[in-house]
Design a protein. Sequence first.
Length: 283
Amino acid sequence: MITLPLTPEQRTVYWTVTVHDTYGSTHQSTGLHASAVRQQYDFWTAKPSTARMELTEHTLVQARTITTLEDLPGEGEATPLPGLPADAHEVKRFFRFTRAREDGSLTGFGPAVLRTGDDVRRFYNWTVSTQDRAQAVHVDVSTLRVLDITLTHLTREIQLAELPDDFTVSLMRQLETEGLCGVPVHGRTGTCLRVRLADGSEITISPAAADGREAGSQHAVGALGGWLAVWGDANDAVAEVYRSRPGLARAANTAALADAVLKCARKHGGGPVLRDKPRQPHA
């Protein structure tokens, strides 16, 4: 069961190394950590039989919205899929139940995947009909809500130099643990992270020189290893959240950045949380 407030969007990133050898065979390995991917890349590079390699970045984006039983696909109908976005490899759509808490946030309930409207109605009716049984999972059915979930699998071919280091991956994982979703934006000077906040503002985290200069500056090119984080809102208000401190190691700079970003996020309501709506799943 999910015990934290649900976020409207959740992202998971991993990589695959595909190796084509001189004998016509293909090998593929997967890594959830950038360091593991580099080790695999080095391992296959050293083999004389390796003809070429491809490095692919995979991003799984799970988007959640609240719906009702009345808005589900009809009886016997398949669940319609949204259009396949650019760079998307696959898209899936399914449903699940949550319970609304007193503060309006949601916590998971029941099966993690209900594929059709019929599956949702069947589980709901079973839950209602078994409430009087001793072995039932007792729940106030008026608090049940239906989540409409879309899972999109995005892929892009990258070069080894574009693979984030373990400090960047660790930063992304730490932000996700706090309910903050960093959306990667790939540019000439590296990958920036845009972190959306509950009040509609966002923090942009960019690669910078270790001495704090921005990555786009002449002195910063080839000397990356630091961070620059800037907060902004729809009214064009801007405030610096963190700039790399000279003399700090990469690990210390990353820890200080994470602390500054989390403090700023809490000041602006934290990350976006999927809130309950004043609607019931069944009239």
